[in-house]
Ligand binder design. Structure first.
Ligand code: SAM
Length: 275
């Protein structure tokens, strides 16, 4: 199976000519509407009831939180990020599109997911591999422990992860959208530390390519390493949701619980930890 690292969605393209990096990011790498449905389904499958409170760590423009409160008038969302810039963008571009009642069910915290006493939630998530920023076991353990303390008694913690042989090499993939091209570049990979640098570039059609609009210095974690740390800090059980394959051998976007993966050049999976 060759799943692409990018979860592409087709969104309505606005006619705006300005370079809006958060808008491009959302169109090229996020699919918050389908993500929240998947997360709700995972919780229901494991807990046989509906979740209510959702916490999005590393929330950036908190697109998932906005979709979460759209799902039900009972649902509440909490976003945590240390950078005021994406939070402000989210307030003016995402929050503003919600009804007043939906807006009232979102709380935002500008702070560090390591330092803060995190708000209590039924589902807590760290998406788009943001937690790869933590480069050693000690810090990852601190973060997972902080999450465990915050998750409700019946709560779950969900993270996504990517890997595959492509991630052990320098490479660049691109995807054409109606008004722009998205580039995902892996600059390097160090097998001694498992660290890798990645960049997102964009080219609006008819304009010059803008390099390094977003850059990441990440450790490439593995599924077993993360499951071990999650269980070590006290999560009762962990599960892996692996993506199915189309006839062409590509990822089909359907993730199911399994204890057996498949070697491929690029894959995405979810790890779900139960308190
Ligand atoms: C790649 S963006 C992720 C945005 C969004 N979660 C998504 O799904 O695409 C990573 C975000 O993590 C935030 N961040 C990095 N370290 C953090 C920390 N220790 N605590 C809180 N936020 C952090 C950054 O400010 C940035 O907005």
């Amino acid at each position: 199976m060759t799943a692409t690292i990018t979860r592409r969605r087709v969104h309505k393209i606005s006619d705006k000519k300005d370079f809006d990096k958060y808008d491009l990011y959302r169109r090229s790498v996020q699919s918050p509407d389908t993500d929240v449905c998947f997360l709700r389904k995972v919780y229901r499958d494991l807990k046989k009831k509906d979740p209510r409170i959702f916490r999005e760590d590393f929330c950036g423009t908190f697109a998932l939180s906005c979709e979460w409160v759209r799902l039900s008038p009972k649902f509440q969302a909490i976003g945590v990020d240390l950078d005021p810039e994406p939070l402000e963008y989210g307030r003016s571009h995402n929050l503003s599109k919600l009804s007043e009642k939906q807006q009232q069910r979102i709380q935002l915290f500008e702070g560090n997911v390591l330092a803060e006493k995190l708000a209590s939630a039924d589902i807590s998530v760290a998406m788009n591999f943001s937690y790869f920023i933590f480069q050693n076991r000690k810090i990852m353990k601190e973060y997972f422990l902080n999450v465990l303390r915050s998750v409700k008694k019946d709560g779950i913690f969900v993270i996504d992860i990517f890997g595959g042989s492509l991630c052990h090499d320098e490479n660049e993939e691109k995807a054409s959208h109606r008004k722009f091209t998205y580039y995902w570049q892996q600059e390097n990979f160090d097998p001694v530390t498992n660290r890798a640098k990645f960049h997102i570039h964009y080219r609006l059609h008819g304009q010059a390519k803008k390099e390094r609009v977003f850059s990441y210095d990440w450790r490439m974690w593995t599924i077993p390493e993360l499951r071990e740390i999650l269980e070590e800090v006290g999560f009762k059980r962990t599960h892996v949701y692996w993506e199915g394959t189309t006839r062409k051998g590509e990822g089909d976007g359907v993730f199911t619980r399994t204890e057996k993966g498949e070697a491929c050049q690029a894959w995405i999976a979810y790890i779900v930890a139960e308190k």
